[in-house]
Design a protein around this ligand. Structure first.
Ligand SMILES: Cc1cc2nc3c(=O)[nH]c(=O)nc-3n(C[C@H](O)[C@H](O)[C@H](O)COP(=O)(O)OP(=O)(O)OC[C@H]3O[C@@H](n4cnc5c(N)ncnc54)[C@H](O)[C@@H]3O)c2cc1C
Length: 487
């Protein structure tokens, strides 16, 4: 078993050693935080601020070594922010905390054990005294023919960077072929799901692609087709109807095609078929049709609601269906049904605005419970909603009263999220990147081959005839599999 520099984690590798370990009382309580995202990072920092290293050990578990600030993913896809700058490295941001890079694959709260599957090596277990669950959500997909093979999600920085490289690469490919069918297919970009993530991703990417084609003599504005498929009869349910309609009209003016009250029926081999009978070929399919709670929770012995979310009290303690607190278990964020005390009977929406504040309350309460102090309830009145629709374009609604459109809304969006980005280091990098862009303009370059960096070396290692064949097969494979291939 590979060792690392962990100071507070004993791993229950086999029954004998774990039994021995269990019989030893721990000197200080160990708090295990599952997920190093918004909840994980902010709550671990808060707990560490309230409890010193002599009071508690904190272990954060995440398959990625960084926290991703998802509201900036559309700007990563548009190239307005470097992908590296929307992530906060956990080891740097979480001083005095152990970070385990691995996936929690089993939660046995009865035995207070977590199974962790690392990227390499065998799964192992760790034990804990207090458990914080911030496992977030996963894309909510449907059994649509072709979806798993053709589509890409838009939930993490890897996907945002891949979408950017793919879209620019499709422009390169389309500009280098005389085949009209191939060109049409390459230049048709389809998005499914007109909520926040989908509209922002579509708005930013369309804007970036329109700016990019100025450098392609053979591609005109009319050649590109951007399509949004949305099941509801409106977009952006997070905004008031008049503001959502403003966003819809603005995007339509840019030539974006909207199919509302429409579902994706099939997308086998990139042939899109909608529930209303519309059919076309599209090389790019971005799936942003909602999220669901991380399924690891549903497979555990912790209580969940019918949507698979962890049930919690306003104190963010896990609670069962009979209203009994599950001792030593806490949860918040996208994976939990957090009661919204400002809107009785409702739950807090799954967004970063709530997640950051829930994490603060959660961290305070975990520390208070260890110190024997009373717990606080999470309560937050929605500040508002801001969405970017491309460079210098946006829509924002603050405190239910102040409404901004176009450039002022875009400034509000950048200021709000720039301020909310964790760590001063990242804030500065993002603001400096925006300044660079103001002066040096957009940089529409695709580093598509980064998704298969060994390809060229692989070809060079083959005999000359085979190398030529392999290179062209790989290039064509890249075209066919779209975003998942070496574009
Ligand atoms: C494209 C996009 C745009 C968005 N825009 C906005 C916006 O403009 N405004 C806004 O308020 N909100 C926005 N959100 C929503 C917001 O980002 C989330 O609500 C928020 O990040 C939820 O925090 P969380 O901690 O619950 O989940 P996350 O921040 O997603 O963290 C979950 C963590 O769990 C880790 N994890 C997953 N599985 C495991 C496992 N098995 N074991 C261990 N760790 C695991 C993940 O790697 C991740 O680090 C956006 C989201 C997306 C995807």
């Amino acid at each position: 078993m590979p060792q690392n520099d962990l100071t507070s984690v004993d791993r229950a590798q086999d029954d004998a050693t774990s039994a021995q370990r269990e019989s030893r009382p721990r000197k200080i309580p160990r708090i295990v935080v599952l997920g190093g995202g918004t909840i994980g990072l902010y709550s671990a920092r808060r707990i560490r601020r309230r409890l010193g290293k002599q009071d508690a050990a904190i272990v954060v578990v995440d398959p990625r070594p960084y926290m991703t600030y998802a509201p900036f993913l559309p700007e990563v896809a548009a190239g307005s922010i470097d992908g590296r700058n929307v992530v906060a490295p956990l080891r740097q941001a979480l001083k005095g905390t152990d970070v385990l890079q691995g996936r929690a694959t089993k939660i046995d709260h009865g035995a207070k054990r977590i199974q962790i599957t690392p990227q390499e090596g065998e799964p192992y277990e760790i034990t804990y005294d207090q458990l914080v669950i911030g496992l977030g959500s996963v894309s909510r997909t449907l059994p649509i023919p072709g979806l798993a093979e053709q589509a890409i999600g838009f939930k993490n920085v890897e996907e945002a960077v891949a979408v950017r490289n793919h879209v620019i690469n499709r422009l390169d490919v389309a500009s280098s072929t005389w085949d009209q069918d191939v060109r049409r297919r390459m230049l048709t970009f389809t998005f499914v799901g007109g909520g926040f993530a989908g509209i922002e991703a579509l708005g930013e990417i369309e804007d970036m692609a329109r700016a990019a084609i100025k450098r392609y003599d053979s591609i005109s504005d009319e050649d590109m087709r951007f399509v949004m498929i949305e099941g509801a009869d409106r977009i952006l349910p997070e905004l008031s109807l008049p503001m959502a309609e403003y966003a819809l009209e603005e995007l339509k003016k840019r030539g974006i095609e909207f199919h509302l009250s429409t579902f994706l029926s099939s997308c086998v081999d990139g042939h899109i078929v909608t529930s209303t009978g519309v059919e076309f070929d599209s090389e790019t399919l971005v799936w942003t049709a909602g999220v669901k709670a991380n399924p690891v929770i549903g497979e555990s012995d912790l209580p969940t609601d019918k949507m698979g979310r962890l049930t919690v009290l306003p104190t963010l303690q896990v609670v069962d269906a009979d209203g009994n607190v599950v001792p030593d278990a806490w949860g918040a964020g996208d994976c939990a049904a957090v009661p919204d005390l400002e809107n009785p009977g409702k739950f807090c929406p799954p967004n970063a605005q709530h997640a950051i504040r829930e994490a603060w309350t959660l961290g305070d309460n975990v520390a208070a419970s260890i110190q024997g102090n009373s717990l606080a309830e999470y309560r937050h009145k929605n500040i508002g909603t801001v969405a970017s629709l491309g460079l210098y374009k946006g829509v924002a609604e603050l405190f239910g009263r102040f409404k901004f459109k176009g450039f002022p809304a875009w400034v509000v969006h950048r200021s709000y999220h720039g301020g909310a980005m964790p760590t001063l280091n990242r804030k500065l990098r993002i603001f400096m990147g925006w300044f660079d862009q103001l002066v040096l303009r957009r940089d529409p370059v695709s580093l598509g081959s980064i998704h298969d960096p060994r390809a060229e070396f692989r070809h060079a290692s083959l005999p000359p005839k085979k190398a030529v064949d392999a290179a062209s097969t790989d290039d064509r494979k890249g075209e066919k599999v779209g975003t998942t291939g070496p574009s």
